[in-house]
Design a protein around this ligand. Structure first.
Ligand code: PEP
Length: 246
């Protein structure tokens, strides 16, 4: 299975930085030889990214989509428009969307379902808060999010899961490799129980992944790639993460 390293730029970047970073990745063929790469910039930068990576294997995607195909939803973006712009992926259920936009599991599921219908691969995010981990609720939270956020049409081939402990996102803290392995095993078991087959399911880890810690995280059992926030804005650090794939 090829590793997937996806960069979530969040609300960062500019036209100039998008061009430089995407072009820099596309120019370095040793990076796309090593892993599948996807850039998820703010939506207005998608056409610039598409132009910069044209002819390379660097893919790109949205950070969110609406559940509907079109309509009166000011400020939202449909999965079908993302597909039209050349996207392959869309992140859904990121903890910042769940927290800032009150997205429930049911909303995340509807968005993931729209992504699949539009022909995109949803990267469905799950993960516990610090209070939930300290309260011994990690496993229950992951079970609830997996059961509630995945559309019936999800298969190991058309969906990616990202395990992102909320307390590790943007904080510099990372889960231990034992904790990562345990949650990834749980995610794979839950997916297999619900969908029959999870051998080929890509499960990414996310939460303060950077060049300096990528090798041990990416070598952890059950980890098939990373969803990278801050470090994906720095070409050299992002490249170090990609090159750390086993
Ligand atoms: C993320 O945004 O999904 C993320 C993991 O961010 P960071 O790598 O900055 O913790």
């Amino acid at each position: 299975m090829r590793y997937l390293i996806a960069g979530n730029w969040k609300m960062n970047g500019s036209l100039a930085s998008a061009r430089t970073l995407a072009q820099g990745l596309a120019d370095r063929r040793e990076l796309t030889a090593k892993a599948d790469i996807a850039l998820c910039p703010p939506a207005p930068l998608l056409p610039a990214i598409a132009a910069a990576v044209a002819g390379s294997a660097v893919a790109f995607g949205g950070q969110d989509c609406h559940a509907a195909e079109k309509g009166a939803h000011t400020g939202d973006i449909s999965a079908w428009l993302l597909k039209d712009l050349g996207c392959s992926f869309v992140i859904v259920g990121h903890s910042e969307r769940r927290a800032d936009h009150f997205e429930t599991d049911a909303i995340v599921k509807a968005k993931a379902s729209a992504a699949l219908k539009a022909g995109l691969t949803p990267i469905v995010c799950v993960g516990e808060t610090e209070a939930e981990r300290e309260g011994g609720k990690t496993s229950a939270v992951i079970s609830r999010q997996m059961a509630g956020s995945l559309p019936e049409a999800s298969t190991a081939a058309n969906t990616v899961i990202a395990y992102e402990p909320v307390w590790a996102i943007g904080t510099g803290k990372t889960a231990t490799t034992d904790d990562i392995a345990a949650v990834h095993a749980q995610v794979r078991d839950l997916f297999a129980a619900a969908r029959g087959n999870a051998g080929a399911l890509r499960i990414l880890y996310g939460g303060s992944v950077k060049g300096a810690n990528a090798a041990s995280i990416l070598a952890t059992a059950g980890v098939n790639g990373a969803l990278v926030g801050g470090a994906s804005l720095d070409l050299e650090d992002f490249a170090r993460i990609i090159l750390a794939c086993p």
